[in-house]
Design a protein around this ligand. Structure first.
Ligand SMILES: Nc1ncnc2c1ncn2[C@@H]1O[C@H](COP(=O)(O)OP(=O)(O)OP(=O)(O)O)[C@@H](O)[C@H]1O
Length: 239
């Protein structure tokens, strides 16, 4: 059964000051089976982030349906569920990674990753071990583990963001240009973790500008220009 079914989805923004409406995206349809990786490509401003933010419900979708097959809540329409149900999904089943880190001040890097696990009910001692393993994997210098990340470099913030989201092993991982400001070595680390997550059955949707990066990783690519999910042939994008 599909994990995610997006049908006739659209999102309109209203600028109240200027009294104008802007249709960011419309008529979006795609289906994602469990364990698949869908890449989204398209020109700047075509609405790629709007789709991911609406699935995570940072934006309230206003047209169409987004069905998610939740382990705990059953098959539910993300456009209609309560805020409480959405908080549950964000905690246990859906994670979102953007290229920006938005964290509370006075929580250290290590505590942030531990907190991701503890809010799922993982014991502190286990959360600590897993957090350290994730921070090591993303090569965040041990000297930074007890530092507040508001002083981190862009790349360090991003690697921490990915560590926080992936340590939970979500069922659906939304990646909003996660490699945008990374150097080659960090991109390789991200790729390794994506491969590992895919192997363990995580379903992924990712926005990438670097098509070479997603080649060999994605099962299909949704091109915003023609609105068609295209299955990648031999893992190469032929669009
Ligand atoms: N919160 C918002 N309020 C008003 N307009 C918005 C908002 N978020 C996005 N938009 C508009 O919706 C359109 C789609 O934006 P979106 O960020 O989804 O595009 P994108 O394809 O991800 O772009 P990029 O590749 O440049 O990140 C843009 O015209 C943008 O200005």
């Amino acid at each position: 059964m599909a994990l995610l079914e997006v049908s006739d989805f659209g999102k309109q923004f209203i600028n109240h000051r200027l009294q104008v409406k802007r249709q960011a995206v419309k008529n979006i349809h795609f289906t994602l089976e469990e364990g698949q990786f869908l890449g989204i490509i398209g020109k700047s401003g075509s609405g790629k982030s709007t789709i991911l933010k609406s699935i995570y419900r940072t934006y309230l979708p206003d047209q169409g349906t987004i069905y998610f097959d939740s382990n705990h809540l059953g098959k539910i329409d993300i456009t209609k569920i309560s805020e409480r149900e959405m908080i549950y999904l964000r905690k246990f089943e859906i994670s979102y990674v953007s290229q920006f880190l938005d964290v509370l001040p006075r929580i250290t890097c290590r505590e942030l990753v531990e907190k991701s696990l503890q809010e799922m009910g993982v014991e502190h001692a286990i959360a600590r071990v897993e957090a350290e393993s994730a921070l090591n994997h993303f090569e965040i210098d041990e000297k930074l583990w007890d530092v507040y990340p508001n002083t981190f470099s862009g790349g360090e913030k991003l690697r921490l963001n990915i560590a926080m989201a992936t340590v939970k092993q979500p069922r659906l991982l939304l990646l909003d240009e996660p490699t945008a400001s990374l150097d080659q070595n960090s991109k390789i680390k991200v790729r390794e973790v994506i491969e590992k997550l895919k192997h363990s059955g995580t379903t992924l949707i990712g926005i990438f500008h670097d098509i070479e990066f997603i080649e060999g990783l994605c099962d299909s690519i949704f091109n915003m220009n023609d609105h068609q999910p295209v299955t990648t042939v031999g893992n190469k994008y032929e669009g």
